[in-house]
Design a protein around this ligand. Structure first.
Ligand SMILES: NC(=O)c1ccc[n+]([C@@H]2O[C@H](COP(=O)([O-])OP(=O)(O)OC[C@H]3O[C@@H](n4cnc5c(N)ncnc54)[C@H](OP(=O)(O)O)[C@@H]3O)[C@@H](O)[C@H]2O)c1
Length: 361
């Protein structure tokens, strides 16, 4: 790479073959091209596959030390991989002087790794003590721009969230499991008798804790103390970190629903000041990364299938709480692969490339 290096910072996309990686490749072809060489990396399982990025057929490299040869200061690696892969390989990249954007959970709680959503705390990429910046999980990502804007207006005091998570949050394996299960139950009367969906789907429920077709599963992540799931605790910790509200009371319930792509959330937020729903709508309408669709009389509110394939978080059903003058309730939908991961990661990489540019073209 060094000999024939293209002008501009190099970008390594690690996890290029995954659910998020595929969306990142599409984005690199759509967005203003700030990159010199773009190299694609995945496991030995898919090394050698040809993928299209920026209208060029590009070979996928296996994740080895050699895959990062030639990367240095000013270059960026996106890690769109399981947490254990990011934890093992991100330091290999930073040891070469390049910087890392990690979309997994590996570094989200590391105090020396900022957790960043550009619309809310983009300034945090200016200082990267470990050379790594982390992006949030897809549930936090969906609501954080609207919460950040409302917090700036009213002061957030308390938060309760329920997620309705799409199958692709569990990566390619999640989408494949839902498609397989739907094919097993489609056109049947299953769902009317106890256990009939479970029997039809069988023991292989993929990455989900139960059958997802014709069903919902109130579980996402690992079991933690007190019956909480790791995903629920992660949403609480990340929301506090990004909004810089370390003591914020947060209640979260994460639920998987039979949607392929597009997370939905119900949000109940309590503020330090009284909230006027009309003014809150104006705040949300003006918030970067948020689009307000809120006219129930005309049947207009966001749904996950409207959000899929789009960049913003869509917000609707904005209501003043019935029993609390300081409370607001709303509904959010966002594409978990795009808004919840690929867009955030790509924008962070662009911010870093601009902030730490070392190139003379
Ligand atoms: N899906 C979402 O909505 C979402 C949202 C926010 C954050 N995230 C996070 O983003 C990351 C990627 O998620 P995803 O949904 O894209 O997962 P995915 O579809 O399972 O893709 C995983 C990617 O990592 C690669 N990989 C796995 N093990 C590897 C290894 N040992 N060495 C090298 N490469 C390896 C895979 O390569 P092969 O194809 O070669 O196996 C694939 O490219 C995860 O940390 C996830 O938690 C996902």
């Amino acid at each position: 790479m060094t000999a024939t290096r293209s002008p501009g910072p190099a970008l390594a996309v690690v996890g290029a073959t995954g659910a998020v990686g595929s969306v990142v490749l599409r984005m690199l072809s759509e967005r203003a091209d700030v990159w010199g060489d773009v190299r694609l990396i995945a496991s030995a399982r898919t090394a050698g596959r040809m993928l299209t990025v920026r209208a060029r057929e590009t070979e996928v490299l296996a994740l080895t030390e050699d895959a990062f040869d030639g990367l240095g200061a000013g270059d960026v690696a996106l890690f769109l991989t399981p947490a254990e892969v990011s934890a093992r390989w991100a330091p290999v990249v930073t040891a070469r002087g390049a910087r890392v954007v990690d979309q997994s959970s590996a570094f989200r709680e590391d105090p020396e790794v900022p957790l960043v959503v550009p619309e809310v705390n983009g300034d945090a990429v200016r200082s990267l003590p470990r050379g790594i910046v982390a992006g949030p999980d897809c549930v936090t990502a969906a609501m954080i721009a609207s919460l950040g804007a409302l917090h700036a207006e009213y002061g957030l005091a308390d938060l309760a969230v329920s997620s309705y998570q799409a199958a692709s949050a569990a990566g390619r394996a999640g989408s494949e499991a839902l498609r397989r299960q739907v094919s097993l139950v489609a056109g049947t009367s299953l769902g009317e008798q106890p256990g009939d969906v479970r029997r039809a789907v069988g023991d292989d429920t993929g990455p989900f804790a139960g059958p997802l077709a014709l069903n919902v599963v109130p579980w996402s992540g690992e079991l933690c103390e007190g019956g909480w799931s790791s995903h629920e605790l992660a949403v609480r910790a990340q929301t506090r970190r990004i909004l810089r509200l370390e003591e914020l009371p947060v209640a979260v319930t994460c639920v998987q629903v039979p949607v392929l792509t597009g997370h939905s959330l119900t949000v109940r937020a309590r503020f330090d000041a009284e909230v006027d729903a009309g003014r809150a709508r104006e705040v949300l309408d003006a918030a970067p990364g948020v689009v307000l669709v809120d006219d129930p009389a005309a049947g207009e509110f966001p749904t996950p299938s409207d959000a899929a394939g789009t960049d913003p978080a869509w917000v609707g059903r904005v209501r003043a709480s019935l029993d609390d003058p300081c409370g607001l309730e709303f509904f959010v939908c966002a594409d978990n692969l795009r808004q919840g991961a690929a867009l955030n990661a790509t924008r962070l990489a662009e911010l870093i490339a601009a902030e730490f540019a070392t190139f003379t073209l």
